[in-house]
Write a protein that binds this ligand. Sequence first.
Ligand code: GLY
Length: 370
Amino acid sequence: MKEWAENVLKKLDNKLTAECGRMGEKIPYIAEKGVYKKNMIEENLSWWTNGFWAGMLWQMYHATGKEVYKETAEKSEQWLDEALVRYEGLHHDVGFMWLHTAVADYRLTGNPDSRRRALHAANLLAGRYNPAGRFIRAWNLDKTGWMIIDCMMNISLLYWAAEETKDPRYSYIAGSHADTAMEKLMRPDGSCNHIAVMDPRSGELLELPEGQGYASGSSWSRGQAWAVYGFALAFRHTGDVRYLDTAKRAAHYFIANVALTEGIALVDFRAPKEPVQWDTTASACAACGLLEIAEAVPELEKELYRRHGEQILKKLEEKYCNWKEEEDGILQFGTAAYHRQEDTHVPIIYGDYFFTEGVLRLAGKEFGIW
Ligand code: GLY
């Protein structure tokens, strides 16, 4: 497997070096016909995916030592400063945005500006905590009582801040949120809801509406991947075995579903048979989560999680990767949401990020961003 991963790493290096060479003053999101046409600095600087490009480059810098990755990643981090200044438009995904930029930079280079940026973002995230319902508010405007499964990935920023400042308030908030997510978002069969709406004053659960999946009560696969990886990370940060058990339950459900489709996730595991819609980003993220669980469990359990993670990554490479260096975007057939036709079956930047992280994990060269 290591040899396979080393070979794919060479392809990643060639492709990403070429992308860096033509990126210019840009933060990429979705490649359209092999080109990153939209520039997220202009389209939406506060968009939740704006850290993944830099995160992927920090992973590659750590693995290869090539300066071009570091220099290109640093530019994204600097552009995002303006999003902190604007403030409006930012929500709980400040975790995704600044873990992959500032925290990664600080961990690798010790840059004090990066530490300041990351702590600023961590305080924004902590400020979204609702003490009555013990959850981190996801989105803005009238969504005062909304929490979503995706935030299990964002809370790593709080665990980092707690460690960095020795201030337990951050880990307290992260843990409270994870407990509520376990109680309100996870279902007994290991599947999860995307969204839970609480009364923001009493904290009482009001409803479980449809999110980016097919419908309320269905099973959005990327949300499921966030649960697999997010709870595994919560275990890594706390050692609380309830989180590991939850990650395993979510993983078993994911594995059972993708067993029907050679490891490639449908956008929703409980949608009508037609139309067939894939989301390779869910598979790539879940593969990283499975490899994370494999590190956490005792020796005799490791193979189950590791083998499934490996098989998913191998299948993604075999069927869905575009290695043409003159075209942008690696992992094809990502889908942003079940009902968003325009962003269906496209290469999305977070798909490339998780695929890269997964391959580097198998090569033993990954860098701990979360
Ligand atoms: N965090 C939003 C998504 O997964 O699309």
